[in-house]
Design a binder for this molecule. Structure first.
Ligand code: HEC
Ligand code: HEC
Ligand code: HEC
Ligand code: HEC
Ligand code: HEC
Ligand code: HEC
Ligand code: HEC
Ligand code: HEC
Ligand code: HEC
Ligand code: HEC
Length: 314
């Protein structure tokens, strides 16, 4: 009795399996046919003449993950487009193949990659990015035929310095963010694919960016120093400076650019030739003693000391 039941159950199951495998094989046949009509021929043919690129592609993430695209099911032609005509004519530079060359418009090159990468989180703002707008494209920074991390043509920061020579200069200044020491990289602060923030920084505002690594500067403070809350770059450079601690100017001039003598309770105004050189004669007018403002105003980013924190001296 039980055996019979199992047998009757098996029959429909077998029938189902048979029909599934039938429909699968017929699907395969039709895609193969339409592939040929559209001019796709498969990687094996390309390999015959482009062994080097074939090998490098094999080592790439695109191959390892067996990535299939909407345009074509696999390999070379997902990016280079259908290759039948190229092969018929015996190949050649620019012969009926999409070659990502410098002459090809940047947007058109990016479009090839974006057929799949539109969904990649980092690329959501690509079309708004300065790079995209300036015509810089994916393969100015990436090469699929490169075994490096993230398929980068060369590693950061040299990749970026290739076009941003002024930033290399800034990063070589006496005080600098430790990029050349390899402790952070450009892409810790910028997303080269674009962001909502200005200058493609990885946060909505400069301060939010700085807080991601300098959290202790966020506060909250009982006594806030207004320019700190407003923008760290009121006093600091982002890349490098010839003054200590990335400062835009050195104290006391930095402080005095905002704090005139009026209402400071002690001398904090600009040193003029008159005041410094006549100091001996006019004693009380010598401002030299207040030169190192931060020697006393140590908590310059804000203070939580109820007593005299208001003046950032503790
Ligand atoms: C057929 C779809 C497809 C196309 C076309 C495509 N990619 Fe990809 N790419 C992928 C997939 C899928 C991954 C793996 C993503 C993952 O693991 O999260 C990937 C990964 C990557 C990575 C990450 C590498 C790593 O080490 O993490 C880079 C960089 C990349 N692609 C660049 C490109 C560039 C540049 C182009 C155009 C020249 C391109 N891709 C075209 C699907 C595609
Ligand atoms: C994910 C996209 C992608 C895939 C897949 C891909 N390529 Fe490329 N290929 C590129 C890009 C982008 C370039 C431009 C190279 C550059 O800018 O560094 C390129 C360049 C080339 C070149 C020119 C070489 C040169 O040094 O200028 C050849 C030839 C080539 N690919 C063949 C192939 C072959 C063969 C395959 C399959 C085995 C393949 N590609 C798979 C994106 C791809
Ligand atoms: C019969 C040989 C042959 C076959 C097959 C072939 N190619 Fe080529 N291809 C060439 C030759 C030759 C060149 C010119 C290379 C050069 O001048 O360095 C070339 C150039 C290219 C270029 C442009 C390189 C450049 O620097 O401008 C790309 C991209 C390319 N082939 C991709 C493919 C792809 C993808 C396939 C498979 C669909 C393929 N080729 C199949 C012979 C072939
Ligand atoms: C100006 C240089 C530059 C351009 C242009 C560029 N990228 Fe990138 N891309 C990078 C760098 C640098 C990284 C590595 C970022 C990191 O390590 O945080 C990266 C990483 C990636 C990754 C891996 C992301 C991840 O989450 O791991 C993908 C995918 C990618 N890029 C695809 C693209 C595509 C597609 C384009 C064109 C639409 C493009 N990139 C244009 C520099 C660039
Ligand atoms: C600690 C964070 C940080 C790092 C690391 C960093 N940047 Fe910046 N970058 C910024 C901020 C903030 C701005 C916007 C304010 C400004 O102009 O200084 C900026 C502005 C820029 C600008 C536009 C303004 C200009 O001076 O041309 C470029 C280009 C730039 N960065 C490239 C780079 C490159 C390339 C690297 C790596 C060598 C890098 N940045 C590393 C934070 C950073
Ligand atoms: C192929 C050349 C090229 C490469 C490589 C390149 N950039 Fe750019 N970058 C440009 C161009 C062109 C612009 C737009 C013009 C400008 O603002 O200088 C730009 C703009 C920027 C800006 C915005 C500047 C602003 O004022 O808003 C930042 C930030 C930036 N790049 C960072 C990087 C980083 C980080 C890298 C390396 C991962 C990099 N770039 C690699 C060419 C390049
Ligand atoms: C990705 C992490 C990161 C971000 C974001 C970041 N920094 Fe830094 N910053 C560092 C590191 C690492 C150092 C080196 C600290 C050390 O040597 O102990 C540093 C050092 C500094 C120094 C001291 C420099 C010196 O010469 O001693 C200042 C000032 C500074 N950062 C300001 C900023 C400002 C302003 C921002 C926002 C524009 C910012 N940082 C964003 C990582 C970061
Ligand atoms: C009003 C000017 C001013 C502003 C605005 C400012 N700083 Fe500073 N910062 C200084 C001075 C002055 C020093 C040097 C202190 C010293 O030499 O003892 C300094 C030093 C630093 C240092 C290195 C020493 C330390 O305290 O860790 C970091 C990091 C730093 N600032 C981060 C920031 C961040 C992040 C912001 C924005 C939230 C910011 N600063 C805004 C004036 C300022
Ligand atoms: C970009 C302008 C700016 C710079 C640069 C600046 N400050 Fe300030 N500072 C202010 C403002 C605005 C206030 C708030 C004034 C108020 O509340 O009346 C303030 C408040 C203060 C106070 C508290 C004064 C009070 O009346 O409560 C002290 C002390 C102070 N700053 C010291 C410094 C020192 C020391 C430096 C240099 C390291 C400096 N500031 C750099 C703008 C600046
Ligand atoms: C020898 C220590 C010392 C030095 C150096 C110093 N200050 Fe002060 N500063 C103080 C003290 C203490 C107070 C608080 C005075 C009070 O509460 O009456 C103060 C108060 C201030 C105030 C607020 C004054 C008010 O009336 O509200 C400002 C602004 C200020 N200092 C700026 C500066 C600047 C700018 C420099 C550098 C040019 C500087 N200080 C150098 C100790 C110093």
């Amino acid at each position: 009795m039980k055996r019979k039941q199992i047998f009757f159950l098996l029959i429909p199951l077998l029938l189902l399996l048979a029909s599934v495998s039938l429909s699968l094989s017929s699907e395969k046949d039709t895609t193969k046919e339409s592939d040929e009509k559209k001019g796709y021929i498969g990687a094996a043919t390309c390999q015959g003449c482009h062994e080097t690129q074939y090998e490098s592609y094999k080592k790439s993430i695109h191959s390892k993950k067996q990535v299939k695209g909407p345009a074509y099911k696999e390999a070379c032609e997902t990016c280079h487009g259908p290759g039948a005509k190229h092969v018929e004519k015996g190949g050649g530079r620019g012969v009926d193949i999409f070659d990502f060359g410098k002459k090809v418009d940047g947007t058109a090159r990016a479009a090839r990659c974006l057929t799949c990468h539109e969904e990649t989180r980092h690329l959501a703002n690509w079309s708004l990015s300065k790079h995209s707008i300036a015509g810089v494209s994916c393969n100015d920074c990436h090469s699929v035929h490169s075994p490096r991390d993230k398929n980068l043509k060369i590693d950061q920061p040299d990749l970026c310095y290739g076009c941003h020579m002024n930033i290399r200069m800034q990063m070589n200044k006496q005080s600098h963010h430790p990029v050349k020491e390899g402790r952070i990289s450009c892409s810790n602060c910028h997303d080269p694919h674009g962001t909502f923030g200005d200058h493609m920084i990885k946060a909505d505002t400069v301060n939010e960016l700085c807080y991601t690594c300098h959290a202790e500067k966020r506060g909250p403070f009982l006594w806030e120093h207004a320019p700190v809350e407003e923008n760290c770059l009121n006093c600091h450079n982002s890349h490098g400076s010839n003054h200590n601690k990335l400062l835009v100017r050195k104290p006391p001039q930095l402080c005095q650019s905002c704090h005139a003598e009026n209402g400071t309770g002690h001398a904090s105004n600009m040193y003029t030739a008159f005041e410094t050189f006549n100091g001996a004669a006019t004693g009380s007018k010598n401002r030299m003693f207040t030169r190192g403002c931060v020697n006393c105003h140590t908590n310059i980013h804000g203070s939580n000391s109820p007593a005299s924190g208001q003046r950032f001296v503790r």
